[in-house]
Design a protein around this ligand. Structure first.
Ligand code: GAF
Length: 371
């Protein structure tokens, strides 16, 4: 099955679940992608550069507006926590929506709470996703952006995409308790088929970098592990960076000397290399990035290190690194197309676990699909 068929199959499942739960067909169908970050990790909240691309793995939301104040949302996403259906009232000034159980619903409620237009009607919806939950490919951001895109169909806002990404980021801060940067929401909104985006997380300007060479493959390897540190270490890294910048009298580490967060400069260099088609050079920067995340920033884990080392042993692999927040999740590798099969085989032999592979190309950001 190709990427388009995958999305279509997900929509079919979501529509069926909608019919089963609500006894009618949905009037709105939207999707928003997960992402893989090629380079520039833990740089977004330091106002640096990142270079992600949107994936064909998406969260789909189907539904319709309804009368009254009560919203009903059902998820059929694999491994979402129970219960799979939540009912809640639209927020008011005196009764804002707050986080709680189940976890997946907090992303929905957060986006409803921070939606940028009024009056929002109540709605019924079903969520489906092909982004592995908690796998480091931005399942959270893709859910937030899918919800926002869905709400835009019911109550249009001003169409400002940056403000949309910021509202989704805010939802994650307030309702999921995760002080993330802007990368994941930004790329899920603004991703561009055939391109990675070099995002300047200070100015929020993005440059599209073409990435559609038939001789090149972007391979994502999911370690299928998630360490307990995932939740606790991220906020502490962010806080430490902000404290370090404050001690130096700087607004952020973007303004510090290059030595303090070399990954920012490395990302700008990598984007230049990619524009020139200098894959060897890009790959070398990927490995440097991984090593610094492992040794200096200390956000890797043995499983990710083995996956990177194994990929780098194969002829035709330009570079490999952990991607996303770390402590589990995925690696991303850049390789020649003709090396794809042997790379996956070699990784499987070397990795003492059960990896999942995705061969992927850059996809579009959030979009409305035909009903
Ligand atoms: C997570 C965060 F959500 C992003 O904002 C980013 O900081 C990333 O980790 C690390 O680069 O995905």
């Amino acid at each position: 099955r190709n990427a388009v068929e995958d999305v279509r199959a997900l929509v079919v499942d979501a529509r069926r679940a909608y019919r089963d739960n609500f006894g009618e067909d949905p009037g709105v169908v939207v999707c928003a992608p997960g992402r893989v970050n090629l380079i520039g990790e833990h740089t977004d909240y330091n106002e640096g550069f990142v270079l992600p691309m949107a994936l064909h793995l998406v969260t789909v939301m189907v539904g319709s507006s309804t009368s009254g104040q009560s919203c009903s949302v059902v998820t059929i996403a694999e491994s979402a926590d129970e219960p799979r259906r939540v009912d809640f009232n639209l927020p008011t000034d005196s009764a804002p929506l707050t986080g709680g159980q189940p976890i997946w619903a907090n992303y929905v409620k957060g986006v409803v709470q921070h939606y940028r237009a009024q009056p929002l009607p109540a709605f019924k919806a079903v969520i489906a996703s092909s982004v592995p939950l908690g796998g480091g490919l931005s399942s959270s951001a893709s859910l937030e952006v899918a919800v926002y895109t869905f709400l835009q169909q019911l109550c249009p806002d001003d169409g400002d995409n940056i403000a949309k990404a910021l509202a989704c980021q805010k939802a994650e801060h307030t309702h999921a308790g995760m002080p993330c940067g802007i990368m994941d929401q930004f790329i899920s909104v603004l991703g561009k088929e055939g391109h990675a985006l070099l995002i300047d997380c200070r100015s929020l300007e993005a440059t599209a970098v073409p990435l559609y060479d038939p001789d090149l493959v972007i391979l994502i390897t999911n370690s299928n592990v998630k360490h307990a540190l995932t939740g606790s270490e991220y906020p502490s890294r962010r806080k430490q960076c902000e404290e370090a910048a404050a001690i130096m009298g700087k607004r952020s580490l973007r303004d510090a000397t290059l030595h303090d967060l070399l990954e920012i400069e490395r990302t700008a260099k990598a984007a230049e290399a990619l524009k020139r088609g200098a894959y060897q050079e890009f790959g070398k920067l990927m490995v440097e990035s991984h090593n610094s995340l492992r040794d200096q920033y200390e956000v890797s884990c043995p499983e990710l290190d083995v996956l990177v080392a194994a990929a780098m042993e194969v002829d035709g692999v330009f570079g490999s690194r952990m991607t996303g927040g770390g402590f589990g999740g995925c690696t991303v590798s850049l390789l020649r197309s003709d090396a794809a099969e042997r790379t996956m085989k070699h990784i499987k032999e070397r990795y003492n676990g059960c990896p999942t592979f995705y061969i992927t190309t850059p996809s579009d950001g959030a979009r409305v699909l035909s009903v």
